[in-house]
Ligand binder design. Structure first.
Ligand code: NAG
Ligand code: NAG
Ligand code: NAG
Ligand code: NAG
Ligand code: NAG
Length: 355
């Protein structure tokens, strides 16, 4: 009795730190934890390298916050930030290009709602940057995050460049690029046309988000779960949703869509093999009648594509579901790793109430 209550107490503590306070825990990507070099005995070998304390920064376009622009608020966070920084952004349209550098982890953008707070810009891949060179896709993002432990809640991100007409080149226009690890988004909107959301690298969790676009509008080599999201196509002739860029068999990356709804106009492919080892799974997801014949596209990796691309479907429904799952329905065992937040190691950094 005693030992079991002790062990449940210990379990609680483990779970508390692992599940509830994960950003407080060490990861080697933040600081190199070297216990032997830690001579500070007050720390008892616990290398506490997560954020300590909180800071609130307010942004209001009308001037009643600390800053009028989101980038000014990010600039006010010191390099090698160690605090949880909540940047609270009042409703309004913030027309600016924003970058959160790698040296500023633990930042949260919190808007007043995804229908009322927008951060937007309008760069396209063929536009020229300050150096006279074309920006190319990845540098068009209205908001770019290189930092780890970023989160955003109840806010929308847009790229307002006009949607390309079929056949036009260089009109890729990213609304948001996430290149940091352990990023969490809830109640966010992502608006664009071609290449809206650059899910570039790292582990990411998108909860109850709205993602709109036309061609490859969720793309990159992230290891990401999209849970309870609405994925909305505005394709006018032919479009595609996920373009996943896994290039080696040993990468753990992939896109998992769980309990999402896929709506809008088509026809669209639901997945494309941007990388030869692309992995995309849709589970418990509703599809409108917008899926192109065949459902998926191998991006011309003809030779070994059949062996290396992993496109799967598990228990999807709606008028478009049959086209998506033809030959792609997974059994439970194969689908299982893609169904829960463990796909992104979420137990260590996503609170149970946020999953
Ligand atoms: C840890 O620190 C000690 C003492 O400064 C050093 O000798 C050792 O090489 C370090 N180990 C690592 C893995 O950095
Ligand atoms: C040891 O760590 C404590 C708590 O983090 C700190 O207050 C103290 O200044 C540190 N001492 C040294 C010698 O680094
Ligand atoms: C975000 O919006 C939802 C729905 O309007 C609301 O329930 C929730 O409290 C909001 N969260 C924050 C952190 O403001
Ligand atoms: C599926 O998504 C809907 C809509 O967001 C939500 O109300 C519901 O709770 C979700 N179901 C599960 C099992 O997560
Ligand atoms: C790949 O699969 C398709 C359809 O199942 C088939 O027609 C094609 O011959 C395969 N290609 C290779 C290289 O195995």
């Amino acid at each position: 009795m005693e030992s079991s209550s002790l062990s449940s107490l210990l379990l609680f503590h483990v779970c508390f730190f692992l599940c509830l306070a994960p950003p407080l825990l060490a990861t080697s990507s933040v600081v190199n934890a070297n216990t032997s070099s830690n001579t500070n005995t007050t720390k008892h070998n616990h290398i506490w390298i997560g954020p300590i304390g909180h800071r609130l920064i307010t942004v209001d376009i009308k001037g009643s916050g600390h800053f009028r622009s989101v980038q000014d608020a990010v600039d006010a966070v010191p390099e090698n930030n160690r605090k949880n920084v909540l940047i609270q952004i009042s409703p309004g349209n913030y027309v600016e290009k924003v970058v959160v550098p790698e040296t500023k982890p633990y930042i949260t953008f919190q808007g007043g709602g995804r229908e009322s707070t927008f951060v937007e810009w309008h760069d396209r891949a063929c536009d020229r940057g300050a150096n006279g060179q074309q920006l190319r896709t990845y540098r068009t993002a209205s908001v770019t995050v290189y930092a780890n432990y970023f989160s955003a809640r109840n806010i929308s991100f847009k790229n307002t460049a006009p949607a390309p007409k079929p056949g036009m080149q260089g009109w890729q226009a990213v609304a948001f690029r996430i290149s940091g690890d352990k990023a969490y988004f809830s109640g966010c909107g992502f608006y664009g046309a071609q290449d809206t959301l650059c899910d570039d690298a790292g582990r990411h969790y998108f909860k109850q988000c709205y993602i709109e676009g036309s061609i490859d509008f969720i793309f990159g080599n992230g290891r990401s779960m999209y849970k309870d999201c609405e994925v909305h196509s505005i394709a006018t002739r032919f479009g595609s949703i996920g373009a996943h860029d896994r290039n080696r068999a040993d990468e753990k990356t992939g896109f998992a869509f769980v309990n999402c709804t896929v709506t809008g106009t088509g026809p669209i492919y639901v997945g494309r093999a941007m990388g030869q080892y692309s992995r995309i799974v849709y589970a418990y997801t509703y599809f409108d009648d917008l899926v192109a014949h065949g459902g998926w596209d191998d991006w011309g990796h003809v030779n070994n594509n059949n062996k290396t691309v992993f496109f799967g479907v598990y228990k999807c429904w709606g008028p478009g579901a049959a086209t998506v799952s033809r030959d792609r329905e997974l059994d439970f065992e194969t689908a299982h790793p893609f169904l829960a937040k463990s796909f992104v190691n979420g137990r260590h950094w996503i609170a149970p109430s946020d999953a």
